[in-house]
Design a protein around this ligand. Structure first.
Ligand code: DQA
Length: 144
């Protein structure tokens, strides 16, 4: 099963940025760990700090995937365009936030993407990505 992991702005700095919220592990290292843990999944990872590049990625790689895991960072709280891209692509998508956004500033409590996703995993650290992949693998109907 092909699963696309999309990370938005500033998530390229995982492991360096605000470790109290986001931990000490870089996503490059973590994605290798995910590949070992889920050999049955074909995991593709895309990160960009640019909203347009994230939308282009969803249009191109998202269409070819059977499921999507997305952490759009701050764009989750602002981007109707990304939400529309998820609807247009129409693949089962899980939204992930590493930190518990509900324990933070109120402007982080709303996500434009959430209603376009099958579900959201919030505040469980990087493990949220693994849980999202596990869910998508369990739901997957081969050939779809
Ligand atoms: C985040 C939460 C967002 O509010 C923030 O802007 C991020 C990371 C998270 O994974 O906890 O960049 O999406």
């Amino acid at each position: 099963m092909r699963i696309l992991i999309v990370n938005g702005p500033n998530l390229n700095l995982l492991g360096q940025r605000e470790p109290q919220w986001y931990g000490n592990v870089s996503f490059e290292n973590f994605v290798e760990d995910l590949r070992c843990r889920f050999p049955e999944a074909q995991l593709e990872h895309f990160q960009s700090n640019s909203e347009g590049a994230l939308i282009d990625c969803l249009h191109q790689l998202g269409r070819q995937a059977s499921g999507i895991v997305i952490n759009a960072g701050a764009y989750s709280h602002t981007s109707i365009a990304l939400a529309d891209a998820l609807t247009a692509v129409g693949k089962p998508t899980v939204e992930v936030h590493i930190s518990n956004v509900f324990a933070r500033e109120t402007y982080r409590h709303h996500s434009y993407l959430a209603a376009r996703c099958v579900g959201c995993i919030v505040g469980l650290g990087l493990e949220g990505y693994a849980l999202a992949i596990e869910y998508l693998l369990r739901q997957h109907v081969p050939g779809s």
